[in-house]
Design a protein. Structure first.
Length: 666
């Protein structure tokens, strides 16, 4: 009884918790042996005497004890072997060679099982040397191979062993291939013992990141209703382009860019496109991120007059424009990568304080984890002409780099055409049936879910996001700009705040000269530069909404588009100023009529203009005689090429002449 009690203590884990084994694919003899061993273990668990187990199954006490020890050994997958250890011939421990390696010169390389393991035990530093050479974490030396081959690694291993006293009569130098195949098999096993390090060193960083997908475990979070989780990402259009923007006055402004981006906010459950912007920037900014998110919150009115046409102005494109119930609809989780623009303070403050959603940061360029959004990016890229011949490629030596500056001039794109192309992609996406929705389309699926009582749609508007107070505007997402109240009481310049080249003020600020020099926190709307709210940093006083310049009171323009317009319009202005030939309107000789030639400046002085007007007046009132020499004519452009209007010409010379005539008549 005591022996039975001691044996019972060997069963530490119940048989019901052991990993099962499917015997349908094994031969009859193997199935019989495994079933006999499994029956012996069940009898043991039930408390049957060992003698009875031996008579029934033929397994003695020592064999039963060995089976229990094998079955409860931890396997490489983290579980115990369980019933898998009942298979005949299964090795659960690595082989350890005890016999010495005896080799006769001229023999092959067979019969040396376990010799490489013994070699690693005899030379403790060999394993680390192989890991550093075959799976380098960082490239420490210039001559170090990024991905060394097995043959080159074998040569380094042999040199390393010889430096530590290995002779030609010891294994592996006394074999035909000198242990090359043993080293190859050992390197293959490193994938199991050092998986992530193997992926980074042998397959690359992208493969290592992609290897984290598809582990066979259930996700931590799965969205079950619409607007639970959304994804935000930017796609780079690697095509050098000149994009033409039409401002609110109808004048075109060219924006040359080596590359630009498309921002997309994508709903995960029904694959809805919530917001899209065209970011005319080499690198997306925090303004672009917030503008993309605000597209999903506040619908853009189609009748708004704006500078830089935005997606959604031509008609109802986004869900919150099509369905009134989705106005200011929020979401619970936002997934995006940890790029600089996504982790900006303004972005995080708006997401947490205004929307109140959780933020999940993922790795950069991990497109395999966002299959839905990448499919939409593929459609938009084809519409946005990534296949254009104008590209900078990956670098100066890239074969795709084919004179991008010259080609970009030919590839001149109007922003309005680009907007219409992307709007067509969005509308088509809403009506396309997909397998992810059981052959349903995204927008009809959303409408059906909202109309169904069991559709799990939850109306969750963001507080104050759909509030529209007349005269106040709707400040939802904002960017914070620190500014100073300016003004000059001696010159009568009332206090104002300058934000992005515009002067803002209101009755409270304009009437108090003591505020000059005070610091403010200006909370500026992302999509409308007219909406700015100011709060004092020193006293915390809320000055309310600031009034923009009257010229822009009826023009909606984002801060990003306003900066883009000024930044690209300034070079065009400089080029046009250089093309004006002002010296052609002046006489060829200067210096007070002394005949001394001087270098003409591009901008004449006031004295020169007055002298020119006086000479022109004298020429008009004096009557030339036969003996009186005719004054030299002014070198001016052909008058017929100019419009016959008074006051035309540099410094309004025609008007000055008329004034001189009136003076003499009086």
């Amino acid at each position: 009884m005591n022996s039975v009690g001691r044996a019972r203590r060997m069963l530490r884990i119940p048989l019901a918790a052991w990993p099962a084994l499917d015997l349908s694919g094994f031969e009859e003899g193997i199935r019989t042996d495994v079933m006999n061993r499994s029956a012996a273990l069940r009898l043991y668990e039930q408390g049957t005497a060992l003698s009875t187990i031996e008579r029934t199954t033929g397994l003695r006490r020592q064999q039963l004890s060995r089976l229990l020890q094998r079955c409860q050994t931890v396997a490489p997958d983290g579980r115990i072997y369980g019933h898998r250890a009942l298979l005949p011939g299964l090795r659960i421990k690595p082989y350890t060679r005890t016999a010495p390696v005896i080799h006769v010169r001229g023999d092959g390389s067979a019969g040396y099982a376990g010799a490489f393991t013994n070699l690693l035990e005899q030379h403790p530093g060999l394993e680390k040397f192989i890991l550093d050479e075959y799976l380098p974490s960082t490239q420490k030396r210039k001559e170090q191979h990024a991905r060394i081959s097995i043959e080159n690694l074998h040569g380094k291993v042999i040199t390393w062993l010889k430096e530590r006293g290995l002779t030609d009569f010891q294994w592996p130098l006394n074999t035909q291939n000198e242990g090359l195949e043993s080293l190859r098999r050992y390197c293959n096993t490193l994938l199991h013992s050092h998986e992530m390090r193997w992926m980074k060193a042998r397959a690359g960083a992208n493969a290592a990141m992609r290897n984290t997908i598809g582990r066979g475990v259930h996700p931590v979070f799965t969205p079950l209703r619409p607007f639970t989780a959304a994804q935000l990402d930017f796609h780079k259009i690697d095509a050098a382009s000149v994009i033409t923007i039409t401002n609110s006055f109808g004048v075109d402004i060219d924006v040359p860019l080596p590359r630009w981006h498309i921002g997309l906010l994508f709903e995960e459950r029904l694959e809805l496109i919530l917001g899209v912007i065209i970011a005319l920037e080499k690198t997306p900014s925090s303004d672009s991120v917030l503008e993309t998110i605000e597209c999903a919150l506040v619908p853009l009115a189609a009748q708004v007059t704006g500078c830089g046409l935005a997606i959604g102005m031509n008609g109802k494109v986004f869900p919150n424009q099509i369905l009134e119930q989705l106005r200011a609809q929020g979401f619970s989780i936002l997934r995006m990568d940890n790029g600089w623009s996504n982790t900006a303070i303004d972005v995080i403050d708006n997401l947490i304080d205004v929307i109140g959603c959780a933020v999940n940061f993922g790795p950069v360029r991990a497109w395999w984890s966002r299959d839905g959004i990448e499919r939409v990016f593929g459609q938009m890229t084809r519409a946005a002409m990534q296949c254009s011949p104008s590209t900078y490629g990956s670098g100066p030596t890239d074969t795709q780099r084919n004179n991008p500056e010259k080609t970009a001039v030919r590839l001149q794109i109007r922003l309005s055409d680009l907007v219409r192309a992307l709007e067509a992609v969005i509308v088509k996406h809403y009506s396309d049936r997909t397998e992810a929705l059981s052959m349903g389309a995204p927008l009809p699926s959303l409408v059906a879910t909202m109309n169904s009582p069991n559709g799990l749609f939850l109306r969750a508007p963001i507080p104050d996001a759909d509030r529209d107070v007349p005269g106040e505007g709707n400040l939802v997402l904002y960017k914070t700009i620190r500014s100073v109240i300016r003004g000059n009481r001696k010159k009568g310049v009332r206090p104002y705040v300058k934000v992005g080249r515009w002067r803002y003020t209101n009755p409270r600020i304009a009437s108090d000269y003591s505020l000059i020099g005070s610091s403010l926190n200006c909370y500026c709307s992302i999509r409308d530069a007219r909406l700015v709210r100011a709060i004092s940093l020193s006293s915390g006083e809320d000055f309310g909404r600031l009034v923009p310049p009257n010229r822009w009171a009826h023009t909606q323009m984002s801060f990003r588009m306003r900066a883009l317009t000024y930044r690209n319009g300034a070079p065009m202005r400089r080029k046009e100023r250089r093309s004006i030939r002002a010296h052609e309107w002046l006489p060829p000789e200067r210096g007070g009529g002394t005949g001394q030639d001087t270098v003409a400046s591009d901008k004449p002085t006031k004295d020169e203009a007055l002298a020119l007007a006086q000479r022109e007046s004298r020429k008009t009132h004096s009557e030339p005689t036969e003996t009186q020499p005719t004054p030299a004519p002014l070198q001016e452009p052909d008058p017929s090429s100019r419009a016959p209007l008074a006051g035309i010409g540099l410094f309004n010379l025609d008007t000055l002449v008329q004034i001189g005539q009136v003076h003499r008549e009086e």
